[in-house]
Design a protein around this ligand. Structure first.
Ligand SMILES: Cc1cc2nc3c(=O)[nH]c(=O)nc-3n(C[C@H](O)[C@H](O)[C@H](O)COP(=O)(O)OP(=O)(O)OC[C@H]3O[C@@H](n4cnc5c(N)ncnc54)[C@H](O)[C@@H]3O)c2cc1C
Length: 433
């Protein structure tokens, strides 16, 4: 099988010579006292750092590894509004009509705000807004998608339409789906370059970013906090936890509220340009209605297919996900039967028990996390919102502010139930539920 041939176990995005995150990292040791310490140098932490530094706050960002080590320089680079998994109707049942609409509208805002941000800041991250095709894996999924699209068009003005199976080949070179939905306003980007763009703007604005500084503890109370790593301690009036799926066990309150799940991505060898156009005629992003979702897209240079999905193991087990994703890719695209997978990598996303991201403050410590696998737009948006809250700016308000961030009894942050959940979802996928 082609997938057992050698592949490089690193994000394809990192091979771009423009990606040099280490050059923005401070060579010295962190100062003893600043206004704000941010834990985690991904999109959330760096977006917050940029806003705070531009407002004149002294800001230190501490990352256990290096900027972008987490999801932010590893993701699939699909940009969409990341609507809540419950959908508008489910949200209405949970929170009432107004709140449901507010949450959905904010999802659209988070995507639009990223597009404006990239344009205004002139961040070269290969952002293209060509839309996304979401294939219906079963016939009844097509009807469900059509109902969802109709509601979202009516209620939120979503720019989307249905594509029946007879016209599917204009969207995708696959017969697997029973038609699908096109979300015209979605896009794709090069995630590592977005990360570096925010990193460079934040450091230019004066934020100091440190790598190799795993935070072990946050102590003190509102206004007088202390953040400790193995060898350093920094005092600050405000702290933001922006560790998301990588939240360590010693940040116990947060870790107990997120469910870490591994997501994996592969990139094929270079393919002829006409093959890429055959697979994705409009060079859009793609996804489908599987519960164990697959997402895929052409690489920004139009030479490879980048194909992702959930890994079955919380550990990084590339042989497992290369085999699993390779098989799925070839089911969707039999034309890729002999195409080699040249890159494979993974990262850990944060789910939450209510499927919603959470933004808030506990014991004086701010947080934004739990983007449930769709965080490119959300992380940059909620990172900025968190910074605005610290600045006392009313613009920092979000629709998620008053959602309770709950754990479950006896849950300590180790998702022992995930293998069962994954098997259940795989079974439901096979049955078409
Ligand atoms: C494989 C994969 C594919 C994805 N594809 C998409 C996609 O196509 N579209 C989409 O919208 N979303 C996608 N996502 C999700 C998206 O990338 C994330 O939601 C988003 O990047 C989260 O950003 P963040 O800054 O909150 O967290 P992260 O980028 O994960 O950053 C957290 C940081 O915290 C650091 N950290 C952890 N512990 C400590 C500590 N003790 N001290 C200091 N630092 C610490 C980590 O080193 C890490 O750098 C994907 C994720 C993965 C993994």
């Amino acid at each position: 099988m082609a997938e057992f041939e050698a592949f490089k176990h690193e994000p394809f995005w990192w091979t771009d010579p423009r990606f040099q995150p280490d050059s923005y990292v401070q060579p010295d040791t962190p100062p003893k006292k600043v206004d704000v310490v941010i834990i985690g140098a991904g999109y959330t932490g760096l977006s917050a750092a940029l806003t705070l530094a531009r407002a004149g706050r002294s800001v230190v960002v501490l990352d256990a590894e290096r900027p972008g080590w987490g999801c932010s320089a590893r993701n699939g680079g699909l940009l969409g509004p990341s609507f809540h998994k419950l959908g508008l109707k489910g949200l209405e049942r949970a929170y009432g009509k107004d709140k449901a609409r507010g949450i959905m509208r904010e999802s659209l805002d988070s995507m639009r705000s990223l597009i404006s941000f990239v344009e205004e800041e002139k961040i070269d991250c290969e952002l293209v807004m060509r839309g996304r095709f979401r294939g219906a894996v079963h016939l009844k999924h097509y009807d469900n998608l059509a109902r969802q699209v109709e509601v979202m068009q009516k209620e939120l003005g979503l720019n989307a339409h249905m594509v029946p199976k007879s016209e599917q080949h204009y969207e995708i070179g696959s017969d697997l789906y029973h038609g699908g939905a096109v979300y015209e306003d979605d896009g794709t980007l090069q995630p590592a370059l977005l990360l570096q763009g925010i990193l460079s703007k934040a450091t230019e604005a004066g934020a100091k970013v440190y790598g190799g500084q795993a935070v072990q503890d946050v102590s003190g109370s509102a206004g007088e906090l202390e953040v400790r790593t193995k060898n350093h301690s920094v005092k600050a009036s405000d702290v933001i936890v922006a560790t998301n799926g990588y939240t360590p066990k010693n940040l116990k309150w947060f870790r107990q509220r997120i469910i870490p799940i591994r997501s994996a991505v592969t990139a094929t060898e270079e393919l002829p340009p006409e093959k890429i156009v055959e697979l994705s005629p409009k060079l859009r992003g793609h996804g489908d209605t599987h519960r164990l979702v697959f997402y895929y897209r052409p690489s920004p240079d139009g030479k490879r297919m980048v194909f992702g999905g959930r890994a079955k193991d919380l550990k990084d087990n590339p042989r497992e996900y290369v085999a699993y994703l390779g098989a799925a890719m070839r089911r969707i695209y039999p034309q890729l039967q002999s195409a080699k997978i040249e890159y494979a990598w993974s990262g850990v996303v944060a789910y939450t028990f209510d499927h919603a991201p959470h933004v808030g403050k506990i014991d004086g410590v701010h947080y934004a996390m739990g983007y449930c696998g769709s965080g490119v737009g959300r992380a940059v948006y909620f990172g900025r919102k968190t910074a605005l809250k610290i600045l006392g700016d009313p613009e920092g308000r979000t629709e998620l502010d008053d959602l309770p961030f709950n754990s479950r009894p006896f849950y300590s942050g180790s998702p022992w139930f995930m293998p069962f959940m994954i098997r259940w979802h795989a079974f439901a996928d096979r049955m078409g539920w």
